[in-house]
Design a protein around this ligand. Sequence first.
Ligand code: ZN
Length: 79
Amino acid sequence: MDKMGNCEKTDHDFPNGLMRGGKLVFMKCGHPLPCPWHTVVIDTAGPRVHIPETAGLTQPQRRKIRELAVQISDALEDE
Ligand SMILES: [Zn+2]
């Protein structure tokens, strides 16, 4: 994220950039976090995990995040 707390991933509408004046430019997403396109949300009441399709994560990465979510909710229950 940037100093304003906004998402710095590539804009979800133009993930491959777009042509501006003959140049390929990449725009930042700029959505306030949590960004609905790029932010993984772990609900501590869960484990419920929301991983946007547009987050650009591989299946192994998604599986790892789900495993972490289970660990987090287990840790919270132990307190
Ligand atoms: Zn974003």
